[in-house]
Structure formats: structure tokens, C-alpha cells
Design a protein around this ligand. Structure first.
Ligand SMILES: Cc1ncc(COP(=O)(O)O)c(C=O)c1O
Length: 396
């Protein structure tokens, strides 16, 4: 049965982590895997989450199964965070929600729901997009088409080219959009761009699917949710996959949610029961721990305030590192070639480098990031920025 299977190559990003660990160079820098890091290279448990853990360990009292829809109160707490109280209330029974194993679980379940409803759907993905989007939609049996997105010259979104490519989509196709902090480019649409996108979606009867894995990392919790709010208030149907991995630091707890807006006022029952059945056939019910922690934080005024502060500190640190790196590149004589780094948002920026240039920086300077030039800005520190800027400047 299995003898024809051959060993697969390591995942390009996870493989880099192993190479980084094995590198004896004391000056080595890891800009690969997309996790937040402190100045001393740690990915800590947030204080609010730790306090929620202490509380939960006293109160939880049982490890009996939870419902396939998740930990009580979790999806509602996330819905309020992302949609805001007013839109949440307006969406009423049109909104179906289910807790999922991380943002990846939400993506997979959403693609399965789309395949169940209309198997011939094409999903339109940005060029480039996060490396796991296409494998996940393909695993659910869907096909994809690329739409233009990133312009390397201006290090920003080419919205005219984007809209132009989406003109080729057929009614009922799904358009996968990054709600904020685009991965891998760090380049987001402006609110006036989002308006143009919303108009096109509506005119061509396309279904938006927003992927949100970094709420709070660009400009703030509400600011980062503006695009989601605009799309969910203007479009008859929409999907949102939501991850708590980064903003709650709950990576390994696999904590996320899927929200689907249906056209009918009572769409919720059909959406949730179908999602629950898909979940049952995949993994039955999601893990409870991370969702229980996030819910405890969000439902308690003190813990929520403390979490918002901690998230703000993570955001400021990353945005500060962006500005410092852009300045350091200028000092190294790169002109405006990398100045987009300072304007971009979230954990990532896509540097315009060839795979050969990336390989030289890795081999000669022990700076690790994937061959497409995506750097995890959170892996920088005030100390290593001059070293990184000099190394990259030397190959361009
Ligand atoms: C764009 C995007 N979507 C979804 C995810 C999924 O996150 P997770 O499954 O870890 O919650 C990530 C994580 O890196 C991401 O960058």
C-alpha cells in the first residue's frame, strides 16, 4: 500500500529553521518562520493569556468534549472583535460561525463548504499569496486562478491591475483577499482601494473570502478590521477565516474561527449545521484550550485591556523595526529600493531579491529567509538591523 511513497523535501520555511539551528555562526539571524519575537528572540506567552490560564485551570473542571461549533462564547467574542458590535448585530441570523483548529482549519473548512455548495468554483488568489492557500483549496477539490496584486517597483498593491484581472472571474467565483497585513508582501489595499474592490465584487457577483491572521498588527484592532466591516456590510455573501495564533500568541493551541454570511435572514442554521458536519468528518470538534483562553481574556475587562496593551506593544515593536530597517538600507546606499518596508504592515515584507541573492546572504552571512525574499520583520532586533542591511545591500 505505502511502498511507492517517497520521502518529500522539507517544507521550505520549516526546513530553514532546522538549518538556522544547526548554523554555529554567532551572528546568525532567523527571518524565516512567521512568528512574533521579542528583542531577545523569544515568542512569549502573553501576560493576559497566562492569567487566563491560571483562572481556567481552577475553573474548567472537566475535559469532556465540547460542541463541534466550539468553546461557548468564543465565536461570538471574536465576531464582536472583528465586526464590531453594530455590524455584528446587523448581521443577525445571516452569520454562521464555527470554531476551527487555527486559521488553517478555517480555510480548509471554508473551501470544503464552497466545494460542497458548488464544486466547479474557481478561487482567485493574489500574486503572490501565502504559501498554504493553494494547497489547502486544492485539498478540498477546488481550482484556482491568480489575480495581479503586488508591484515590486513601488512595493505596493497595483490595484488597477488587480481589478483588471478580476474582470476575468465568472459570477459565483470566490476571491480570496488578505484582510490586513498581506502575507507575504506586507502591502495592503487602502480603504479607497477596498471600496473599488467591493464595487467590482458586487457588480460581477463574486464572493469575497477574507483571510485574517494578523488583526491588531497593522494599525489597531478596529482599524485593521475596517476592510472586513466594509465587505461584510456591502456584499450579500462573504466568508472570513480568523486566526488567534498571532494576536493572542496562541500558535500551538490551534485557535481560529470561520464566519460565513449567507444571503437569507435565517441563513445561520443551514450554514452552521453544514459546517459542523464537515468538521465532524474531519476532526469532530476543535481543540478547546486556546479558545477557552481567548474567550476568558475577551470576556474579562481587565484581561482584555491588558491584552490590548500587549498587542499594541507587539505592533509598535514591529513597526519600529520596519522604520529602522528602511533607514539602515538607505544608509547602506540602497536609495529607495527598500523604502517600502517602512510603509508595509504586519510581520512580513517581500524584498525584491533573486533566489540567488537570498542564497548568498544565507551562505555568507547566515541570514535565513525563504528564496522568494520574504522576511519576518519580527525576527530583526536593533542590534542585528545594521548587519542585515549591510549584508543585503552587498548583494544588490
Ligand atoms: C495569511 C495567513 N492565513 C492563515 C494563517 C493560519 O494561521 P494558523 O493556522 O496558524 O492560525 C496564517 C499563518 O501564518 C497566515 O499567514
Amino acid at each position: 500500500m505505502f511502498s511507492h511513497l517517497t520521502k518529500l523535501p522539507a517544507d521550505p520555511i520549516l526546513g530553514l529553521s532546522a538549518l538556522f539551528k544547526a548554523d554555529p555562526n554567532p551572528e546568525k539571524v532567523d527571518l524565516g518562520v512567521g512568528v512574533y519575537k521579542t528583542a531577545d528572540g523569544r515568542t512569549p506567552i502573553l501576560g493576559a493569556v497566562e492569567q487566563a490560564f491560571v483562572r481556567l485551570s481552577k475553573e474548567e473542571g472537566s475535559k469532556v468534549y465540547i460542541a463541534p461549533t466550539g468553546w461557548p462564547g468564543f465565536t461570538e467574542a471574536c465576531a464582536e472583535l472583528v465586526f464590531g458590535a453594530d455590524l455584528r448585530s446587523d448581521l443577525g441570523g445571516q452569520l454562521g460561525a464555527i470554531q476551527t483548529p487555527g486559521g488553517c482549519g478555517a480555510l480548509r473548512l471554508a473551501f470544503e463548504l464552497i466545494a460542497l455548495s458548488k464544486p466547479e468554483t474557481t478561487v482567485w488568489v493574489s500574486t503572490p499569496t501565502w504559501a498554504n492557500h493553494v494547497p489547502t483549496l486544492a485539498a478540498a477539490g477546488l481550482t484556482h486562478s491568480p489575480y495581479a496584486y503586488y508591484d515590486h517597483g513601488s512595493a505596493s498593491v497595483d490595484v488597477d491591475a488587480m481589478l483588471n484581472s478580476l474582470e476575468g472571474a465568472a459570477a459565483g467565483d470566490v476571491v480570496l483577499l488578505h484582510a490586513c497585513c498581506h502575507n507575504p508582501t506586507g502591502a495592503d489595499l487602502s480603504m479607497s482601494d477596498w471600496k473599488r474592490v467591493a464595487e467590482l465584487l458586487q457588480a460581477r457577483k463574486l464572493i469575497p473570502f477574507l483571510d485574517m491572521a494578523y488583526q491588531g498588527f497593522a494599525a489597531g484592532l478596529s482599524e485593521d478590521a475596517l476592510a472586513v466591516r466594509q465587505i461584510f456590510s456591502s456584499q450579500p455573501e462573504a466568508l472570513l477565516s480568523y486566526s488567534c495564533s498571532k494576536n493572542f500568541g496562541l500558535y500551538r493551541e490551534r485557535t481560529g474561527a470561520l464566519f460565513v454570511k449567507g444571503e437569507q435572514k435565517d441563513a445561520k442554521e443551514a450554514l452552521v449545521t453544514n459546517l459542523a458536519q464537515l468538521a465532524r468528518a474531519n476532526y469532530s470538534m476543535p481543540p478547546a484550550h486556546g479558545a477557552a483562553l481567548a474567550t476568558t481574556v475577551l470576556e474579562d475587562d481587565e484581561l482584555r485591556a491588558s491584552w490590548i496593551d500587549e498587542l499594541g506593544a507587539m505592533r509598535s515593536r514591529v513597526n519600529g523595526l520596519r522604520r529602522s530597517l528602511a533607514e539602515a538600507f538607505k544608509k547602506e546606499g540602497c536609495g529607495d529600493r527598500f523604502s517600502g518596508v517602512a510603509r508595509q504592515t504586519g510581520m512580513f515584507s517581500l524584498l525584491s531579491l533573486t533566489p540567488e541573492q537570498v542564497a548568498v546572504v544565507q551562505k555568507d552571512k547566515s541570514i535565513y529567509f525563504p528564496a522568494n525574499g520574504r522576511i519576518n520583520v519580527a525576527g530583526l532586533t536593533d542590534e542585528n538591523i545594521p548587519y542585515v542591511a549591510k549584508a543585503i545591500a552587498s548583494v544588490v
